[in-house]
Design a protein around this ligand. Structure first.
Ligand code: NZQ
Ligand code: ZN
Length: 389
């Protein structure tokens, strides 16, 4: 286990009706609030009414900016920054999923900075401050409700970039599993794939002796695997929704990274896919993760065999651990496929014509090599894309 420092100051308030506390919690941090949301599901479900009533009841003055699209756009963030500056906004309340929260974080960075907010995402500058952000979560997936990340797409140049900074970690997250009952099955599956990917990025490490976090990762993976079928069969299964929602935050608030170094190359590659064709992040990961695994598993066959045995209940073949390792990778791919996710690049219209661009962008934004489990050169990334084709 390596040295670490861990802190996750986001206050997580979990359970039925917690969205009704939006006003009260917001009031602790701001007096003039930007209410930020997506393309409309919160209006259909009645959540919008509940949140705005709660803000009014708490005496919080607010302004609205809806219209966040999945894979949130830089253009809307620029509009939000302008609104915040012109109206003296001091807090942003994000009501939605990863896209709304990441857009809110982008606005929070730009509202108190004199330069171009895209500089942060391009790695040209580090932010000095940001407006505080709070969250009412409606989809367990990205983990942005308690993460330090924000991922934004510049549609003009088809570039999707991430910026990580402790200063944008949300102050609070209101998490009511009932709010996820309305999720379509495909979004539920995409969310599950993203949660699993966050755990697996951390699980596949070269750091030895990380028993506790291995076991925590395995438990988190098994929790998602076991509960996804329950919620797809019965969307209003509160307990199963709750298990997935809580795992989604644990998966990405860095507790599972303690004492180990994760990989993250599947995420880097996926962000390029979403940048090119706007695919849902979880769907892109369902394609890339099993392909990455097939390419790198020989670096540590015993870790992949452990994944197969402990997560997928596959019997260990002591005479042929490689066979066990491969069976675990197949189990993951079949799981994604069973829940209607794409498992090949062909299914989302990515062809060999895109390979050079994807590999080049991954290398450009991540330095000499991409990932840690097996540092990847451009030729490795292209080989992974070929497996995923
Ligand atoms: O637009 P709205 O109306 O909000 O509808 C959304 C959207 O269409 C809908 N939805 C959300 N909650 C719902 C619902 N529909 C019905 N009922 C509900 N309760 O679902 C669609 C997808 O929403 P989105 O916010 O895009 O999903 P997700 O949470 O998966 O976020 C994906 C984004 O997060 C980024 C991804 O790259 C992607 O851009 N990520 C952010 C991370 C972070 N900040 O730490 C880490 C992740 O690895 C990821 O990269
Ligand atoms: Zn992710």
């Amino acid at each position: 286990m390596i040295n670490f420092r861990f802190s996750c100051p986001t206050e997580m308030i979990f359970g039925k009706d917690v969205q009704l506390m939006a006003g009260e919690e917001t009031k602790k941090y701001g007096t003039r609030v930007l209410l930020h949301y997506g393309s409309g599901h919160i209006k259909k479900s009645g959540l919008y009414e509940q949140v705005t009533e709660s803000l009014k009841k708490a005496g919080v003055d607010y302004l609205e900016l809806g219209g966040v699209q999945p894979n949130p756009r830089l253009s809307l963030i620029r509009e939000g920054i302008r609104l915040c500056r012109e109206n003296g906004i001091d807090f942003i309340l994000a009501v939605g999923g990863g896209s709304v929260i990441d857009s809110a974080k982008g606005i929070a960075l730009g509202a108190v900075d004199n330069g171009d907010v895209w500089d942060f995402y391009e790695g040209r500058r580090k932010a000095q401050k940001a407006l505080p952000v709070g969250v009412v979560l409606t989809i367990p997936a990205a983990g942005s409700e308690s993460s330090v990340g924000s991922v934004v797409t510049d549609m003009d140049n088809a570039n999707k970039r991430a910026y990580d900074d402790e200063i944008i970690r949300p102050k609070f997250a209101l998490m009511n599993p009932e709010l996820t009952y309305t999720l379509p099955p495909y979004q539920t599956a995409c969310g599950a794939a993203d949660i699993m990917a966050h755990i697996m990025e951390r699980y596949f490490t070269r750091v030895p002796h990380v028993d506790l976090t291995d076991r925590l990762c395995e438990a988190a993976l098994k929790t998602v695997i076991g509960n996804v079928s329950l919620v797809l069969a019965k969307p209003e299964d509160y307990d199963a929704r709750a298990e997935i929602m809580w795992t989604g935050s644990i998966a990405h608030n860095d507790i599972l990274s303690t004492g180990r170094v994760g990989d993250w190359s599947s995420h880097m590659i996926e962000h390029e896919l979403s940048g090119i064709n706007d695919v849902a992040h979880g769907a892109g990961l369902a394609i890339i993760f099993p392909a990455w695994m097939r390419y790198v598993y020989r670096q540590d066959i015993s870790r992949f065999a452990q994944f197969a045995v402990r997560v997928w209940n596959i019997e260990m073949d002591c005479f042929d651990p490689e066979k066990t390792a491969l069976a675990g990778i197949d189990a993951l791919r079949s799981f994604f496929k069973f829940f209607g996710l794409p498992v090949s690049l062909a299914e989302i219209g990515i062809t060999s014509e895109h390979y050079e661009r994807i590999a080049g962008n991954c290398r450009r934004t991540n330095g000499d090599a991409v990932g840690n489990f097996m540092p990847l050169q451009s030729s490795d990334i292209i080989n992974i894309l070929k497996i995923a084709q």
